[in-house]
Design a protein around this ligand. Sequence first.
Ligand code: TYM
Length: 331
Amino acid sequence: MQRVFSGVQPSGDFHLGNYVGAFRQWVADQADHDTFYCVVDLHALTEEIDPAYLRGKTFEAARNLLAAGLDPKVSTIFVQSHVPDHPRLTWLLECTASMGELRRMTQFKAKGRGQETVRVGLFTYPVLMAADILLYDADRVPVGEDQRQHLELAREVAQRFNTRYGETFVVPEAAVPRVGARVLDLQHPDRKMSKSVESPLGTIAMLDGPEDIERKVRKAVTDTDGEMRYAPDEKPGLANLLALLAVATGRRPDVVAAGYTRYGDLKRDVAEALVEMLRPVRERAAALAADPGAVEEVLSAGAARAHEIASVTYARAASAVGLLPSTARRS
Ligand code: TYM
């Protein structure tokens, strides 16, 4: 069975982009893959984040992954910092990756732009991400479009390591959905929907209720020519709505476009379809909120299973580069 790994940062509320670009695939992959899903709290430290907020959001993220439809009986769901092999392997991979290739990462350039100081961790972030993936011998990594370049880097680093030290890592493939891989901000269709709180009206939270979803979709920015066609470059706002309705109803965006003449009618149906798509997620979240013990158990079992696998991969990599195995006894 193929192995799947993916991760999400607990740095804010999950939104429609996370659900459509990533979580839907994560849920679908459970049927026929060995699936590992991780709340990447170490990645959240690469930018300013309040410690108490991080702690709360990490727990909430795990709960909301269950709400999104992950089944802990099938998937291994865990918190990155609970498995010590992630930072350990990161070091070996930092000694494999080059400054030049990290400097080319567009996310680093975007996040670092205009900052007075940039944390070293923000620069090496994609290496930690490569370690996440390679530790589990993942064949397939379901992600949205914005992670594609990081996946390329993980592949490069794995290949270089294998060439230098002998076959050690599985070289992973990115799995990016054909539609919905880049959900745009409803108010600013020139940028992706994101966890930052700058655009509350442009962001649909995964747990938003029907009224919020309807209001945000109604106010979504489109264009003034009124021409109904799927043209992501020329008409990004409209294309975004068409893509969302396509994803929610299992059709192609151009086919969806052919069924409408008026933007208002389209928006009404987009809102309705999103409300229905997210209804079971919201219902599961409400049920889980009443049972925090259940989430704790999932994370504790998840960390144990993840560690079992990750520690073996780490030992293989450490041995390959020539680190002497420790024989120290631990009590
Ligand atoms: P993060 O937390 O930003 O996002 C989690 C997942 O959601 C996808 N996504 C989107 N998809 C479509 N439209 C959007 N507007 C949108 N916004 C986010 C992301 O592509 C991602 O799949 N570095 C990663 C987390 C990570 C990871 C990993 C992922 C750490 N280690 C190993 C895969 C494998 C991140 O910050 O994702």
